[in-house]
Ligand binder design. Structure first.
Ligand SMILES: *[C@@H]1O[C@H](CO)[C@@H](O)[C@H](O)[C@H]1NC(C)=O
Ligand SMILES: *[C@@H]1O[C@H](CO)[C@@H](O)[C@H](O)[C@H]1NC(C)=O
Ligand SMILES: *[C@@H]1O[C@H](CO)[C@@H](O)[C@H](O)[C@H]1NC(C)=O
Ligand SMILES: *[C@@H]1O[C@H](CO)[C@@H](O)[C@H](O)[C@H]1NC(C)=O
Ligand SMILES: *[C@@H]1O[C@H](CO)[C@@H](O)[C@H](O)[C@H]1NC(C)=O
Length: 219
C-alpha cells in the first residue's frame, strides 16, 4: 500500500514536471539572499542526489551545485548554497545577472528522477513612497486627493491603500492606482491614508494625516 502511494506520487511528480508545472515564475530581491525551492516531495521520501542548473541565454546548462548523500559535493562558487535536504538553492547577493532559467533534478530512492524549472526575476528594493495630500473645500464638503509615487518611473511598481478615520481601525481601500480621491463632509476629517508601494519581491509604505480641509496643498 505504502509503496503504491509512493509510486503514484512519483508518477504525479513526473507528470507535472513534464507538463503543467513545466516552469514557475519566482521573484527575488537584489543584494540579498534568493531561495529557489524545488517541488520534489518533502521528506520522508529519500533523496539520493540533487543537481541544480542554470540555463544560460545561449542554451547551455551550467551546473551550480551537486548535492549527494546529505551534502554539497560540487558547486560553481561559494555564492551557491544548498539547504533543506537539497530542496533549496540559496544564492548569495542576488542581482539582475541572476535572472533566467533554473532547473533542479532530483534522483529519489528507487530510481525516480524528478525535475522542475524555475524562471527567476530579480527586483530592486522598492523605494519609500512619497505621499502628497491635496484638499479643496466646496460648500460643506471636502474633496481629498492623495497621490503616492516612488522616486523613479519604474513600471513594475503597483500601489495598495489603507484608510482610517479618527481612532477607527485601518481598512483596505479597493483602489490600486497611484492616486485616490474621496469627498467627505467637513466634519469627517482627521483621516490617515497609508500607501504601500509593491513590486513582486518587496514593499514599502508611507502615511499622511489630513486634519482639516485647509493648510495643505489645494487641489
Ligand atoms: C511568467 O511571467 C511572464 C512575464 O514575466 C508571463 O508572460 C508568463 O505568463 C508567466 N508564467 C507563469 C507560468 O506564471
Ligand atoms: C554583490 O554584487 C554586486 C554586483 O552584483 C557587487 O558589486 C557587490 O560587491 C556584491 N557584494 C557582496 C557582499 O558580495
Ligand atoms: C524613466 O522613463 C524614461 C522613458 O521611458 C527613461 O528614459 C528613463 O531612464 C526612466 N528613468 C528611470 C529612473 O527609470
Ligand atoms: C471593495 O470591493 C469589495 C468586493 O469587490 C466590496 O464588497 C467592497 O464594498 C469594496 N469596498 C469599498 C470601500 O469600495
Ligand atoms: C509599514 O512599514 C513599516 C516599516 O517600514 C513596517 O514596520 C510596517 O509593518 C508596515 N505596515 C504595513 C501595513 O505594511
Amino acid at each position: 500500500m505504502k509503496l503504491g502511494i509512493f509510486l503514484c506520487l512519483i508518477a504525479l511528480m513526473q507528470f507535472f514536471s513534464g507538463e503543467a508545472l513545466s516552469y514557475r515564475n519566482i521573484s527575488g530581491l537584489s543584494n540579498s539572499y534568493i531561495n529557489l525551492r524545488a517541488l520534489f516531495p518533502s521528506s520522508p521520501v529519500p533523496v539520493i542526489e540533487v543537481m541544480w542548473y542554470h540555463k544560460t541565454t545561449d542554451g547551455n546548462e551550467v551546473l551550480l551545485a551537486k548535492f549527494q548523500d546529505g551534502r554539497v559535493i560540487d558547486r560553481l562558487s561559494s555564492r551557491y548554497m544548498v539547504e533543506d535536504g537539497g530542496r533549496v538553492l540559496k544564492i548569495q547577493n542576488g542581482s539582475k545577472n541572476d535572472n533566467g532559467v533554473y532547473k533542479d533534478e532530483a534522483t529519489l530512492q528507487g530510481g525516480g528522477l524528478v525535475d522542475d524549472v524555475l524562471y527567476l526575476t530579480v527586483y530592486d528594493p522598492v523605494p519609500i513612497p512619497d505621499v502628497i495630500p491635496q484638499v479643496k473645500r466646496i460648500g460643506d464638503k471636502c474633496h481629498v486627493a492623495v497621490q503616492c509615487s516612488v522616486p523613479s518611473n519604474r513600471s513594475d511598481i503597483y500601489y495598495t491603500w489603507k484608510y482610517r478615520h479618527a481612532d477607527k481601525e485601518y481598512q483596505k481601500l479597493n483602489d490600486t492606482g497611484g492616486t485616490i480621491r474621496m469627498t467627505v463632509p467637513i466634519d469627517h476629517l482627521d483621516m490617515k491614508f497609508m500607501c504601500t508601494a509593491h513590486n513582486p519581491a518587496d514593499q514599502k509604505n508611507a502615511t499622511t494625516h489630513i486634519k482639516d480641509c485647509e493648510g495643505i496643498n489645494q487641489l
